[in-house]
Design a protein around this ligand. Sequence first.
Ligand SMILES: Cc1ncc(COP(=O)(O)O)c(C=O)c1O
Length: 369
Amino acid sequence: MSADAGWADLRRLFPALERCVYLDTASSGPVSTPAMNAGQRFYALANAYGNRAADQWYGAVEDCRTRAAGFIGATTDEIGFVPNTSMAITAAALMFEGHGAVVIGADEHPSVATPWLARGYEVRCAARDPDGRITPDSYARAMTSATRVLAVSHVRFDDGQVNDLAALAALARANGAHLVVDATQSAGILPIDVGVGIDVLGFAGFKWMNAGYGGGVLYVRDGLLARYGLPIAGNRSRATESLDEVVALDPLLKAQAFELGTVPVANLMALGAALELVSSIGADRILDRVAALTGRLRAGLARIGLKTASQALSPIVSVIVAESAQALNVMEAAGVHVADRAGRIRVAVSWYNDEADIDRCLEAFASLA
Ligand SMILES: Cc1ncc(COP(=O)(O)O)c(C=O)c1O
């Protein structure tokens, strides 16, 4: 697909969009045709050549690492692969264990909350303001002198709130804490720059990256492994590739060490193709597209008299309805695939949606009134 491909051409890479009005990428995005083809290529290679094709598929995995690094402003040494977000946050929880307490946002996604609880950290929650927001000030109020980690979603799964990562990084730094970010609801739809001061970041590729399950990215800022040590290790966590008897651990002090062993090559080949696709469109074009589509949705909702609980720049529009389970049934019956979250209807708008999708969604909402 060329860099200046039109939206209609790009939309055709997602046959799932022909079957319904798909506005549920925040649950799981349809897999794009390039990602599907790339994943299938692994099985074709392994079927035809076995390990003789290993250089090809491991080459593709390293391409994926390079793309992932460029995508978030990291170096390749700072990128490891994980099967899901929970494992990325668990890597942080293992690495920082014994160094202090954690602050997360109220009602955070389990991928952000549970890894710390499982390791016995003291976890405090930043409260919502009366309007439902969790601002940097409320994170600041939850922090104590014992806090060593601030862990947040970049985009919240429930109301789509976009956390200001630069502000939270500054807050963490000022308190001697590390910023850990779950970017699963932003990767592929909002720009991510670890350079603002993020220490650890993870995302899974099955939502806004449209890469399917099993391929996820872990970023660990350079220097952290040297400072805290590698908390887990396996076959591929060693600085050497020698198969000689292992009597001492010679740890690889790169994010890749968290992969432990062989990686899900097919999933990572799919993720690599997904990264290539999103990068070829460009973050600015995606931002403009999503702003235009969510703007159309918000304006239409206002005309119908429905209120939202989300911010203007979020791809997630959380619509306040009287009875969300019943509203979801009405939307589904109208062929509009959305989700019921936090007692509201969550509409997730991606760049491959179009104006007709938004208008059909609005018609379904109008029928609720
Ligand atoms: C904010 C957020 N993080 C992570 C996930 C997924 O977590 P995992 O990749 O661990 O299954 C989701 C949704 O499923 C999510 O909404």
